[in-house]
Design a protein around this ligand. Structure first.
Ligand code: CAO
Length: 434
């Protein structure tokens, strides 16, 4: 047979009355031993009153915002089992209330109130059950709320490791630490709701593959750019029929010079010439957002696909080098990238980036700007197709280009002019030398 267990306010130290600042259960709730029932707050400390028994709440005698004193009835539990004789009592720091009096026995006294910061840390709740993904307000004691307010932490972003996902002081501290060290998952701290963690093994077999160092580094920098830069992508296409004929005509000579003359070397040359015309595309926003830093040098980052992930070596002074020199340098640096032999200086100083997937395929894509650069050119696979020239159709080799840009710095019209200019240079590469 089940017993009815009245739970009363334990010894609250020197205080006659304290405020009820949280009521954490409702009539009909099943509670377990040690589960927090209410939070009391004095002007010195806040304390949670844990349940002395497992069972169902049948009556609540306190009100949120009301006041209670020692021995007052908090609520009544219909116990599933006899009440625990000696519930575990967490050690309280000196300034916190004393343990309950032994003689407070007419009704089952609640175990010692627990200062919210002195509890054992529990593992975080399963994904989806924590406050960050719940629609109900996060559970946290007033002290923790005050602490979070002081640091400007939005508690809905913090996963609680206490009972029933309750947020503890340590959770707020850990959250702040993660944000400060850039380890916050999924942009936490930037006001972005985290993606819920899912135990995929519930749905089928899985295996865990550690990320390479390169992938982790590029993930962090791509994520940073994605979050900081308002992106727009301008798509265009260039008629490279004549350029391709020119390239093919020089393949033999290039081979004799020991270089592989791909389209990319010409693209680099045309991009550098376009950047010289469109200086803002070769700039960075000053950190205070008050001015643009226009760069008078033309160093191009080139995205290279390696077995370990994406790396972006930099080819310097592209405007001053011949296409053969660029082709040679590109082959050398992308080879070293794939052999993991790049030095830190090889990946620094780019003013603009080219990401070419043309050797693989695709018709268009939206590359992510490599901030603090303000533009990146994506290149897809050139396709020969019929194009109207005047009144007649002619087979032309068309190269799709996709320029992503930082819309804080570059207007759409400027970007469209840039890609038009670039395409006109690619259509007649002789114009680069003009
Ligand atoms: N259209 C059609 N064919 C193209 C082409 C294009 N736009 N670009 C290259 N090709 C051809 C080349 O001419 C070459 O053909 P051949 O073997 O017949 O000579 C072939 O595709 C392979 O080229 P490549 O990719 O080896 O050489 P590349 O100079 O064009 O590119 C490099 C070098 C390092 C950029 C490239 O190998 C690479 O790694 N690309 C992937 C970059 C990447 O991952 N970007 C995505 C980043 S996420 O934003």
């Amino acid at each position: 047979m089940s017993d009815t267990v009245p739970v009363v306010v334990p010894d609250i130290g020197d205080f006659e009355q304290v405020d009820v600042v949280e009521v954490l259960v409702a009539v009909g709730d099943d509670v377990s031993v040690d589960q927090s029932l209410i939070t009391l707050e004095s002007d010195k400390a806040s304390m949670e009153v844990p349940s002395p028994a497992a069972g169902r709440v049948v009556e609540i005698a306190v009100e949120l915002g009301g006041q209670v004193g020692e021995g007052d009835l908090i609520l009544t539990i219909e116990a599933a089992d006899p009440p625990a004789e000696e519930p575990e009592v967490a050690a309280a720091p000196p300034e916190e209330p004393k343990p309950p009096h032994a003689e407070a026995a007419a009704a089952a006294p609640a175990p010692a109130p627990r200062p919210s910061s002195s509890r054992r840390r529990r593992p975080p709740p399963p994904a989806g059950s924590g406050p960050a993904t719940s629609t109900s307000p996060p559970h946290a004691s007033p002290g923790v709320r005050r602490f979070a307010r002081l640091l400007g932490v939005d508690l809905t972003r913090v996963s609680g490791s206490g009972a029933k996902g309750r947020i503890l002081l340590e959770d707020v501290e850990a959250f702040v630490k993660d944000v400060m060290t850039g380890r916050g998952p999924q942009g936490e701290g930037a006001g972005i709701p985290p993606v819920p963690e899912i135990d995929f093994s519930k749905f089928g077999p899985v295996e865990s593959k550690p990320l390479s160092r390169i992938r982790k580094l590029s993930a962090a920098s791509l994520h940073r750019s994605w979050l900081n830069v308002p992106h727009v992508t301008q798509h265009d296409e260039a008629d490279i029929t004549d350029l391709e004929a020119f390239r093919r005509a020089h393949l033999h000579e290039a081979r004799e010079r020991g270089v592989r003359l791909t389209l990319l070397a010409f693209l680099m040359k045309a991009v550098a010439a376009s950047l010289a015309e469109f200086a803002e595309m070769n700039s960075s926003l000053a950190p205070d957002g008050e001015s643009l830093i226009l760069k008078r040098y033309f160093h191009l980052g080139v995205a290279v696909d390696t077995p370990d992930g994406l790396v972006v070596p930099v080819v310097r002074d592209v405007d001053r080098k011949s296409v053969y020199e660029l082709a040679g340098e590109l082959g050398e640096v992308s080879g070293r990238a794939r052999e993991r032999k790049l030095r830190p200086a090889d990946i620094q100083g780019a003013t603009f980036t080219i990401s070419s997937l043309g050797g693989i395929g695709g018709t268009a894509f939206t590359p992510i700007v490599n901030a603090p650069e303000v533009g990146i050119l994506g290149v897809s696979r050139a396709v020969r197709r019929p194009v109207y020239i005047g009144a007649g159709l002619a087979p032309r080799l068309m190269l799709p280009v996709s320029l992503s840009y930082d819309h804080r710095v570059i207007d759409g019209a400027y970007a469209a002019r840039f890609t038009s200019h670039l395409c006109s240079l690619l259509a007649d590469i002789r114009r680069v030398v003009l």
